[in-house]
Design a protein around this ligand. Structure first.
Ligand code: ARG
Length: 260
């Protein structure tokens, strides 16, 4: 199973085409009852910054014209008009309130090689008039309970979802996360943050990649602390989800965004 997962991750890294092969399936009209894995449906407007990307990933509005996603969701940097971002709806098939905008450029994290640094920016052709999600610039919010959301699989190996699903997962320390061994031996503690229950059952999954992991800040506003990156299967016991540690890259992200 570890070999298979490694293949999935590498395949996703290879680019959108490969990602589609391993994780993108037609959106089903029958949403599974247990969304993200072990989650529930998000209400319309609950997470207005959530974006679905056409290569089968999630993202969040960093600015109204820039989406923050995962490096493994894109294949490199440069001009790119092939990605469609969908926002404004929890139901991807609803046309009311739905905004769809094409990409103009992609910026993959400098130095990204498949281990850590799993972030990327996508510049949109037009701004989307919806609230953005601010990112954590210090490590102070890298603790507690986190919200995750996405249109990815509701169970390991399952179909992509029509409706946005959400779940809550607790912080897992780097030491605990690394101690699970196997793929978790490769955890990059300064660049990745783990979250999930030791018993499993609740997790992000294939197709949620690139989407935000977030919580409330001291002022009660949503703040992004993670980007869905990888895990060993989905929602398995002793196999937390691994997220890009956003605070580590906050200045690099701001700097990169200023060049787009
Ligand atoms: N790499 C996956 C994707 O491309 C995300 C996997 C998240 N897995 C997990 N167990 N939390 O969609």
């Amino acid at each position: 199973m570890k070999k298979l997962f490694t293949f999935l991750k590498r395949a996703a890294v290879a680019g959108a085409a490969a990602l589609a092969v391993v994780s993108l399936q037609p959106v089903s009209a029958n949403a599974a009852p247990n969304p993200v894995v072990g989650g529930t449906r998000a209400a319309q407007g609950e997470f207005p910054f959530m974006v679905r990307l056409s290569m089968g990933c999630g993202g969040a509005l960093y600015t109204q014209q820039i989406v923050l996603t995962a490096a493994h969701c894109v294949s490199g940097s440069g001009n790119n008009t092939s990605i469609t971002a969908t926002a404004g709806v929890v139901d991807l098939q609803s046309t009311s309130g739905r905004v769809q905008v094409r990409s103009t450029k992609v910026l993959q994290a400098p130095g990204y090689n498949g281990t850590g640094k799993d972030w990327a920016l996508i510049k949109l052709a037009q701004p989307i008039n919806l609230p953005t999600l601010k990112i954590a610039t210090t490590s102070q919010y890298n603790t507690g309970d986190f919200t995750v959301a996405g249109w990815g699989a509701a169970r390991e190996g399952g179909a992509q979802q029509r409706y946005l699903l959400k779940a809550t997962v607790p912080f897992v320390s780097d030491a605990t996360c690394k101690a699970y061994g196997g793929l978790y031996d490769d955890l990059v503690p300064g660049e990745e943050i783990c979250a999930g229950f030791a018993a499993g059952g609740v997790d992000t999954c294939q197709g949620d990649s690139g989407g935000p992991m977030f919580r409330k800040d001291n002022a009660g506003a949503w703040i992004q602390v993670g980007i869905v990156s990888w895990g060993e299967g989905c929602a398995r016991p002793n196999a937390p989800g691994v997220y890009t540690e956003v605070s580590t890259f906050a200045s690099a992200i701001a700097q990169a965004a200023s060049t787009l």
